[in-house]
Write a protein that binds this ligand. Structure first.
Ligand SMILES: [Mg+2]
Length: 213
């Protein structure tokens, strides 16, 4: 490995919209979230949708706000909303080969839970190329961008951030990674200008990023 990532021995990837785009899957999960919230909180679907968005922006994950303000059981919510059809995802052998070829350890750090990461990775044919999944339950329900989420990941796997890269499609999740000493990469078609100082690298998608290593 040469170039900008020569020092990297731990690769931390977000999952949704970073490793794969799947609007239909995300919509299916979102619809189950809205229906669950409407039922659990006792509000109309439109109000439930607004709560879902508000808690996502406030806490990094909707489920955290639902637990805090409405006493929702977080594990039950996560299991229920991710009970969807993962067969809409197609294997991505090209990405699997690229990740497998990276030197060092590879991790998934996702705000998902309820088995979502494991099922998505299996459907994408990526389950064998990662050393570990660290999801919202593993983070004890501290979602990104809460710094505690990153610290729990670092501690769980003895990661040295100065030798690690953090890859994300969500801009705000890169700032704590940068502050903790990770190299950071933003993937996605939207490239913020001016680029914030906590975004060290940018590529339109993860394969383009990895091809540049
Ligand atoms: Mg994402």
């Amino acid at each position: 490995m040469t170039g900008a990532f020569a020092h990297v021995s731990a690769w931390v990837f977000d999952l949704d919209n970073t490793l794969y785009p799947a609007p239909a899957l995300y919509d299916a999960i979102g619809e189950r979230m809205t229906a669950y919230i409407a039922r659990a909180v006792g509000v109309e679907p439109s109000v439930a949708f607004d709560l879902r968005e508000r808690y996502f922006h406030l806490f990094g994950a909707t489920v955290v706000g639902l637990s805090k303000h409405h006493g929702v059981d977080q594990r039950d919510f996560m299991a229920h909303v991710h009970d969807v059809d993962y067969s809409v995802l197609a294997p991505d052998p090209e990405l699997a080969a690229m990740v497998a070829a990276l030197p060092g350890r590879k991790f998934i750090h996702t705000n998902g839970g309820g088995g979502h990461a494991q099922r998505a990775l299996a459907a994408l044919g990526l389950d064998a190329v990662f050393d570990a999944v660290f999801d919202l339950e593993d983070a004890d329900f501290s979602p990104k961008p809460q710094p505690l989420s990153y610290r729990r990941l670092i501690e769980a796997y003895s990661i040295d951030p100065s030798r690690a890269l953090f890859v994300e499609d969500t801009l705000r999740n890169l700032e704590p990674a940068h502050e903790l000493g990770f190299a950071t990469a933003l993937v996605g078609v939207v490239h913020p200008e001016p680029r914030p100082p906590y975004v060290h690298h940018w590529a339109s998608d993860v394969k383009t990023l990895l091809r540049s290593t």
